[in-house]
Design a protein around this ligand. Structure first.
Ligand code: PMT
Length: 410
């Protein structure tokens, strides 16, 4: 059976006779390990009751955009953020048209617009409606938008006609949903991610830090959870809430981060150093607040341990991935770090543009390993992290396969 352990699937149901299959679909998604929440359009409730969907999904069904019972009327945003994948099944001809136009006049279409999770639709309609050029134009538009089309199938229809337009069977849809996550699967793998800045105190109230917000590292941790991994997130001080299902370890300084990593690394298969760790710390930390004095003040700094290099140096240690934030000669510096720190991969991060890198919501990376380099285009950090995890998983599995076959050969 397809595995959807840890996955959160938002199931949207629109008005069509195939909606009767959505109960079976929700049950099968849960059997595969997913958590399922359901959003129904008004028309869908004419074909299957919200109570039925509540019973099979285990959660109350959401139906309206402006629900007074939800805090700040923000429910659509919460739902959109919650989902690892949104599946609309059945998706009517009308819904495909709305989605293609980017309309947001009910809860389901609004969630579809507000989510950055992958979005899939399982069309279900009369064969003439499916073949109509207007529908086909919408289908073309949806594909251009990166929305996945699951089906439709072909055969006898509820209206008595035969042809394309049947919703795929629930078991086929579950396999297709699972297929969205399997590339780079990390099922059963333990991943450790470092994130955020470190804080190097010089006195009780002041210290050295940097502009890392933690967004990139937290997104990487979230993406690894979505890929099925157990995730330990060792984070410096940030304003972010740790993603659900990660094991958070909060630290302040580089030395604390180093110790927290080293204590736990024996159980780790993949280590990803996203944190912007301070290379130096004040040699002495004043016990009291340093008072204003002469015009200049010398503070002596000493080197912090290099966490990434130390993890990479462990014999039979984890697959290691570093980040390299650079303002100039990006690839050259990144390659240098790949070699000097002996890591398996390095994600070169240009940070000379305000809309990318430190504290931004978007980022772009060049992923470098000994086998070549891959460009990950500018996009929201959440999406970029999923792409990154896919490549890391591929690299990790490739390395393990090679090492296993070497051992067999010996
Ligand atoms: O947190 P955000 O606002 O989302 O920003 C994300 C980011 C820009 C911080 C992130 O994408 C990034 O590029 N992180 C690496 C930052 C950096 O400056 O790296 P570095 O060149 O100093 O270090 C190279 C690698 O060694 C990194 O993986 C770092 O975690 C690691 N390192 C560095 C020094 C040290 N003492 N120990 C380490 O483990």
């Amino acid at each position: 059976m397809a595995s959807l352990t840890n996955k959160r699937i938002l199931l949207g149901i629109t008005g069509g006779i195939a909606a009767y299959k959505s109960a079976d679909l929700a049950r099968r998604l849960r059997d595969a390990g997913a958590e399922v929440r359901v959003v129904m359009t008004q028309a869908a409730t004419g074909f299957i009751t919200p109570l039925t969907m509540q019973a099979v999904s285990g959660h109350p069904v959401q139906q309206t955009l402006l629900d007074e019972t939800t805090e700040n009327g923000m429910d659509h945003i919460e739902l959109a953020r919650w989902a690892d994948l949104v599946l609309v099944a059945p998706a009517s001809a009308n819904f495909l048209a709305k989605l293609n136009q980017g309309r947001a006049d009910d809860l389901l279409s609004t969630v579809c617009l507000a989510t950055d999770a992958p979005l899939a639709v399982a069309p279900a309609m009369n064969q003439q409606m499916w073949l109509n050029p207007a529908t086909q134009r919408n289908v073309f538009g949806l594909k251009q938008l990166g929305i996945k089309l699951f089906g439709p199938g072909s055969g006898d229809q509820a209206c008595g006609e035969t042809g394309p337009g049947r919703m795929l069977e629930p078991e086929e849809l579950v396999d297709l949903v699972a297929g969205q996550f399997v590339t780079g699967t990390l099922q059963g793998i333990t991943v450790m991610v470092t994130a955020g800045p470190t804080w190097e105190a010089m006195d009780p109230v002041r210290g050295f830090t940097n502009r890392s917000s933690g967004k990139m590292g937290y997104a990487v941790a979230q993406a690894a959870v979505e890929a099925g991994a157990r995730v330990i997130l060792v984070s410096g001080p940030t304003a972010l809430k740790a993603p659900e299902r990660v094991e958070p370890v909060n630290v302040t300084s580089a030395r604390e981060m180093h110790d927290a990593v080293m204590e736990r690394v024996a159980a780790v298969d993949i280590f990803i150093g996203v944190a912007a760790v301070a290379d130096y710390r004040p040699k002495a930390v004043a016990e009291q607040k340093i008072k204003k004095g002469p015009d200049t003040l010398m503070i002596e700094l000493e080197r912090n341990p290099d966490i990434l290099a130390n993890v990479a140096a462990i014999t039979d240690g984890p697959f290691t991935v570093g980040f390299a934030a650079e303002t100039e000669n990006l690839l050259e510096h990144a390659r240098d770090k790949l070699q000097k720190k002996h890591v398996d991969m390095i994600a070169a991060n240009r940070v000379d543009q305000t809309e990318l890198g430190f504290d931004a919501d978007q980022n772009a990376l060049t992923l470098i390993s000994t086998s070549g380099q891959i460009e990950l285009e500018p996009q929201p950090k959440t999406r970029l992290a999923r792409e990154l995890i896919k490549h890391i998983a591929t690299g990790f599995h490739a390395k393990n396969t090679t090492e296993d076959s070497r051992q067999t050969y010996r």
